[in-house]
Design a protein around this ligand. Structure first.
Ligand code: GRG
Length: 300
């Protein structure tokens, strides 16, 4: 496949528009019964979010030679799982937040029971789509992606990370413990997003998988360090979610552990590490480079 370089902002905008359309098309219409549940699912997923996880899937897939059409469903599945986690995370029994993506959280817009069900159904929809005949990957690829995503979502991934997080309120975590929590809670799904995209290609070069794995370890952590910084420095309107939540809940963050300046330095170091992983590759890795820049320079 011939690689045509494209400025990152254009690429990101094009793929954000694309994933929005894919999600819009793949989700049951709000007129389909049970209409309230479908409305809540669509409310939670559509019209918001940076779509970082979908961008990771597209960037890695295109880097490995997969076509966009093949990456659409895995990218959508990851965004559905992510949206599911946000719906549950905002509920009173978890982080208890009334605002998400600049609008009322799903349980506020609907009710707790509907939000719970919407989250559950979004997770099921993700796996249903990956197993569906509409996904024109071969069976081995589908199983690989299903396994990746299931593992990343469960007790040894995101749900496990959330459990560690809940147990860590009012506890001063060590740097190792903090990193472990984030590698589970946020990093695991980002890794699954990136590698799912890569596995949409055939006979992927193992060196590329290795580079991608090291890249996402660095940039996934950078994402979290930046999140901690933004929680302190950005306002609620810019973030689209309540700022200052970590301090209010007395949580350990990279800012509480290191201080704001050292946290910023760490984010820059991780950003450089991510770029270093791509050093053997020329223009074909430019989108991944742009994505690393986007993740570390984001304002919300
Ligand atoms: C997933 C099995 C399972 C249960 C739910 C609630 C929960 C367990 C996990 C929460 C995980 C979680 C919400 C982590 C926070 C990750 C994070 C920083 C989210 C914000 O991501 P962005 O900035 O959001 O990419 P947008 O809105 O841009 O998509």
């Amino acid at each position: 496949m011939t690689f045509t370089p494209q400025p990152f902002n254009d690429w990101a905008h094009q793929h954000q528009t694309r994933i929005e359309h894919v999600l819009e098309t793949l989700m049951p219409a709000s007129t389909v019964e049970p209409a309230k549940l479908h409305l809540a699912m669509r409310y939670a997923v559509l019209g918001g979010g940076k779509r970082v996880r979908a961008l990771l899937a597209y960037a890695a897939g295109e880097f490995c030679g997969a076509s966009r059409e093949h990456i659409d469903i895995p990218a959508a599945a990851v965004e559905l799982i992510h949206a599911f986690s946000l719906v549950h995370d905002d509920m009173p029994c978890m982080d208890d937040d009334d605002l998400r993506r600049g609008k009322p959280s799903t349980h506020k817009q609907f009710d707790d029971a509907t939000a719970l069900l919407a989250g559950d159904a979004l997770q099921s929809l993700a796996f249903e789509l990956l197993a569906s005949p509409d996904l024109t990957l071969d069976s081995a690829q589908k199983i690989q992606i299903l396994h990746l995503l299931a593992f990343a979502t469960g007790s040894r991934g995101m749900a496990g990370g959330q459990s560690i997080d809940l147990a860590s309120t009012n506890v001063a975590l060590s740097r190792v413990a903090l990193e472990n929590m984030h590698q589970h809670k946020t990093g695991a799904l980002m890794r699954a997003a990136l590698l799912s995209g890569a596995y949409c290609a055939h006979a992927v070069d193992p060196d590329k998988i290795n580079a991608l794995t090291r890249y996402i370890t660095a940039i996934g952590l950078a994402f979290q360090v930046v999140d901690d910084i933004l929680d302190v420095e950005a306002d609620t309107a810019t973030l689209g979610k309540t700022s200052g939540k970590d301090a209010e809940a007395n949580k350990s963050t990279y800012v509480t552990l290191l201080g704001i300046d050292a946290a910023k330095t760490l984010a820059q170091q991780l950003h450089q590490e991510a770029h270093a992983c791509l050093a053997p590759y020329a223009q074909e890795a430019d989108t991944l480079r742009g994505l690393a820049d986007f993740i570390t320079q984001r304002q919300f």
